[in-house]
Design a protein around this ligand. Structure first.
Ligand SMILES: NC(=O)C1=CN([C@@H]2O[C@H](COP(=O)(O)OP(=O)(O)OC[C@H]3O[C@@H](n4cnc5c(N)ncnc54)[C@H](OP(=O)(O)O)[C@@H]3O)[C@@H](O)[C@H]2O)C=CC1
Ligand SMILES: O=C1O[C@H](COP(=O)(O)O)[C@@H](O)[C@H](O)[C@H]1O
Length: 502
């Protein structure tokens, strides 16, 4: 792996402390960092390198996946970090930064390879990119890469504008747009699951699949993020990016080669085949929900509009259910359902693939075969089959074959993604084509919400979302799988240890 400088805007922020430093540290102790590397972190206030290294040490203690019990490893990692006070709006600060970057590169024999990581509010993205160019920081002798956090725009137009601005400084192949769902180990496994298992590969099309359900439910509410969330809603926060990425990953045709070019082309094909929504079809395919007061794990919680910072008359969506159609040869007539929401019954990200009855019109089983891919917080798969009920041979009963991993030793999404960016592998980052097509798809929904032209359905906190979401699926003769509290008898459900924001 080539040596490099890792230059972090927003180095004093929440994401850096909770995710980025722990990820870099875990890569370091797993020997997945380059031989020689320099980390330069930025924030506005003046502070010494030593004081800042102590802040990073604390963040590792709290958030590292691996135990932080080897002082030599911790010190070795901290020694690579320098702090630079910088205001992103002050061009002269970039010259100071450049001096520090170059002096560390000289000291550590780094040949000008630079990753610029923008972990700051999105309104700074353009300013930083243009200042990077003007200060000469991007005119380096090595390679340069830009890692950029979500959100990438707030609608189609702003996303296009942002992309145009970034393209003045970085080529598309230098831009690594983070979607942390693409870093989750089970999501990175989806392609292999199909390609390396003939029993699944043979069934992977509309001949055998009745419907596909993608759920990302959370028990947390809006937390302290009302300012952001009330202007975004679940549609921008989850659907435009994470949910559509999961849809692409599960439905793309197998690439000939598993590399960034091929995978991204297959994903783009999915988005190009998505049946667009318009004013007429939105009402029958999109459910917009908002939580009211209820109970989460036995504790009463307030409704959305009385959460701190949320306007009492907010009509913001904290839940979305969506029926989508992929109009291509393989998936025509298979409904894909997406569902995501806050303050739901369980924390769970999963994909359920429901198979068709073996003989059309002849019901031979009580329950259909299911392939369930658990992404978070449990990671694994189970297959639901049917067998005879030993107490009553006339009857069939479902049986589940499980395979779950312990999770503890699996790398975090941010570890996978940062490792890939350092290696220059952009397979699991969102290409501009995907981002643009995703915005194109959701734009009519954003417009409908703006015009308040579709109803807002309420659901009590701690439920599985509004009734309208059940009806959406029932209208096609299906139901949401695994909504009952007893479904997970097979796999112990872990509670959310830390309120997850990422
Ligand atoms: N936190 C999370 O879980 C997630 C965050 N993100 C995205 O990551 C990015 C960062 O989020 P998060 O860490 O939560 O934000 P925080 O508000 O915690 O941190 C913001 C960072 O930006 C810096 N900053 C603010 N203004 C300036 C300025 N004028 N000049 C230089 N630095 C400045 C702050 O430094 P200082 O105040 O020290 O100057 C701080 O380091 C955002 O784009 C967010 O959307 C995405 C997914 C999840
Ligand atoms: O990006 C986001 O994702 C989290 C959910 O992530 P997960 O990894 O815990 O499933 C969500 O809470 C947050 O609102 C959103 O910004």
């Amino acid at each position: 792996m080539e040596n490099m400088s890792f230059i972090l805007y927003g180095g004093t922020g929440d994401l850096a402390k909770r995710k980025i430093y722990p990820a870099l540290f875990n890569l370091y102790i797993d020997h997945k960092m380059p031989e020689s590397f320099s980390i330069i972190a930025m924030g506005r206030k003046e502070q010494s390198h030593a004081d800042f290294q102590q802040i990073v040490a604390n963040s590792l203690q709290t958030f590292s996946r691996r135990k932080v019990n080897d002082p030599a490893a911790v010190n070795g990692f901290l020694e690579s970090i320098r702090y630079c006070s910088l205001n992103v709006n002050h061009p002269e600060d970039y010259h100071k930064l450049r001096g520090m970057v170059e002096s560390r590169e000289k000291e550590l024999n780094i040949s000008g390879n630079r990753i610029f990581y923008l972990s700051v509010a999105p309104e700074f993205f353009e300013t930083i990119a243009s200042n990077l160019k003007d200060s000469g920081l991007t005119a380096t002798t090595g390679w340069k890469r830009l890692i950029i956090e979500k959100p990438f725009g707030r609608d189609l137009e702003s996303a296009r504008h942002l992309n145009r601005e970034l393209s003045k400084v970085f080529d598309e192949e230098e831009i690594y747009r983070i979607d942390h769902y693409l870093g989750k180990p089970m999501v990175q496994n989806l392609e292999i699951l199909e390609s390396s298992n003939p029993i699944l590969k043979a069934l992977w099309s509309n001949h055998h699949i009745a419907n596909v359900q993608i759920t990302a439910s959370e028990t947390v509410g809006v937390e302290e993020r009302a300012g952001y969330y009330d202007n975004s809603g679940a549609i921008r926060d989850m659907v435009q990016n994470h949910m559509l990425q999961l849809l692409m990953m599960i439905s793309m045709r197998l690439p000939r080669k598993s590399d960034a070019t091929e995978v991204r082309m297959k994903k783009r094909n999915v988005m190009e085949s998505l049946r667009p929504l318009d004013k007429e079809t939105i009402a029958s395919n999109v459910i917009r929900g908002q939580y009211t007061e209820g109970e989460i794990q036995g504790k009463p919680v307030p409704g959305y509009t009385v959460e701190p910072g949320v306007p009492a008359n907010s009509k913001n969506d904290t839940f979305i259910a969506l029926r989508l159609w992929i109009d291509n040869y393989f998936w025509s007539d298979v409904p894909f359902y997406i569902r995501t929401g806050k303050r739901m019954k369980e924390k769970s990200t999963r994909i359920v693939i429901e198979f068709k009855e073996p003989l059309k019109g002849q019901t031979t089983t009580n329950d259909p075969n299911l392939l369930v891919i658990e992404i978070n917080p449990n990671e694994g798969i189970f297959i639901q089959l049917n067998k005879k009920d030993p107490m009553n041979n006339e009857k069939l009963e479902p049986m589940r074959v499980n395979c779950f991993s312990s999770g503890e030793e699996l790398p975090e999404a941010y570890e996978n993604l940062i490792f890939d960016a350092i290696r220059g592998d952009s397979t699991f980052f969102a290409h501009w084509d995907e981002v643009e097509l995703s915005w194109e798809y959701v734009q009519p929904i954003l417009d409908a919400f703006e015009q308040d032209s579709i109803p807002l359905s309420y659901y009590p906190a701690g439920s599985n979302g509004p009734e309208a979401s059940d009806k959406l699926v029932q209208a096609d003769g299906f139901k949401w799988w695994l909504d009952k509290p007893d479904h997970a008898g097979q796999a112990e459900q872990k509670e959310e240890a830390v309120p997850a924001q990422v």
